[in-house]
Design a protein around this ligand. Structure first.
Ligand code: HEC
Length: 104
């Protein structure tokens, strides 16, 4: 097998592991992306979490709080004017994982 083919196969394998776009797997990376993208909870305004929490700033202690999902939903319903996310949803689980990843 040529080197180029090897690299190609490695990339395909990496893509499969990362999951195709839209795959229903919660992850820190997905949470980070959602955090920076307007439209959470079917929000119609242009506000994303990063508008107020730039790079997750100020949320370093939030990941340890048991009411984290409720806090996230409060911001989705407040500034984003969206609908609260189900705690089991991939989007909420990803946001939780991302916020928890900010803990130092
Ligand atoms: C308009 C500004 C604004 C936007 C947009 C916003 N937040 Fe907040 N958020 C706040 C304020 C203000 C607080 C409460 C005070 C604080 O913790 O700084 C807060 C608190 C929080 C907390 C609790 C922090 C703690 O330690 O108690 C979390 C978690 C959080 N926001 C997540 C999010 C997420 C996720 C989004 C995007 C869906 C978001 N926020 C969007 C302003 C905002």
């Amino acid at each position: 097998m040529t080197k180029v083919k090897m690299i190609g196969l490695t990339m395909v394998a990496a893509l499969c592991l990362a999951g195709p776009a839209g795959a229903e797997t919660a992850s820190v990376a997905r949470g980070k992306q959602l955090f920076a993208t307007p439209g959470l909870g079917a929000s119609q305004n242009a506000t994303s979490c990063t508008v107020c929490h730039e790079n997750g700033g100020g949320l370093e202690k939030a990941g340890a709080k048991p009411e984290l999902a409720a806090m996230i939903n409060r911001c989705i319903q407040g500034p984003l004017q969206g609908e609260p996310l189900s705690e089991q949803s991939v989007a909420m689980q990803s946001l939780i994982q991302y916020v928890q990843s900010l803990a130092q």
